[in-house]
Design a protein around this ligand. Structure first.
Ligand code: CMP
Length: 143
């Protein structure tokens, strides 16, 4: 079954939106298979956002993601990578559709609440970067 990496960023934690964001993913029907609160090191931040290292906003992105706890998660489900990106909405919350997490809850591209893997290769890389195999719990809903 497909898996994706999602992270509630420091703004989501500090604005007390962890429950609201997880609720949206749970009620969609995806399965949570990994969850932890992380104080992100600069090394992890730079590896996670390595693809953006030449962008002008890279230093502020690393500063921000290391500024407070992040909720790191792995979610499982059919088509979860693309579907979670739809639930999350456009990168800039000002362009995100109402009904999406960023469209409903965010207003700033640098404070856009949640990160989601954008493709299968990225999901595999990010899950491996943030989680050890033994931290992931394989289970199937039985009700
Ligand atoms: P995310 O989905 O985590 O992936 C890369 C992040 O870079 C993105 O969300 C934004 O939070 C951030 N980002 C993208 N564009 C800008 C920008 N112009 N200024 C600041 N941050 C940005």
């Amino acid at each position: 079954m497909e898996r994706t990496f999602l992270a509630i960023k420091p703004d989501g934690v500090q604005r007390a939106l962890v429950g609201e964001i997880i609720r949206r993913l749970e009620t969609k029907g995806f399965t949570l298979v990994g969850l932890k609160l992380v104080n992100v090191s600069r090394e992890l931040a730079e590896q996670h956002y390595g693809v953006h290292k030449e962008r002008p906003f890279f230093p502020s992105l690393v500063d921000f993601i290391t500024s407070g706890p992040v909720v790191a998660m792995v979610w499982e489900g059919e088509g979860v990578i693309a579907s979670a990106r739809k639930l999350i909405g456009a990168t800039n919350p000002l362009n995100a559709e109402p009904g999406t997490i960023r469209g409903d809850l965010g207003i700033n591209v640098g404070r856009n609440l949640i990160h989601g893997s954008d493709a299968p290769e990225t999901a595999t890389y990010e899950i491996g970067l943030w989680f050890k195999d033994e931290e992931l719990v394989s289970w199937q809903p039985t009700i």
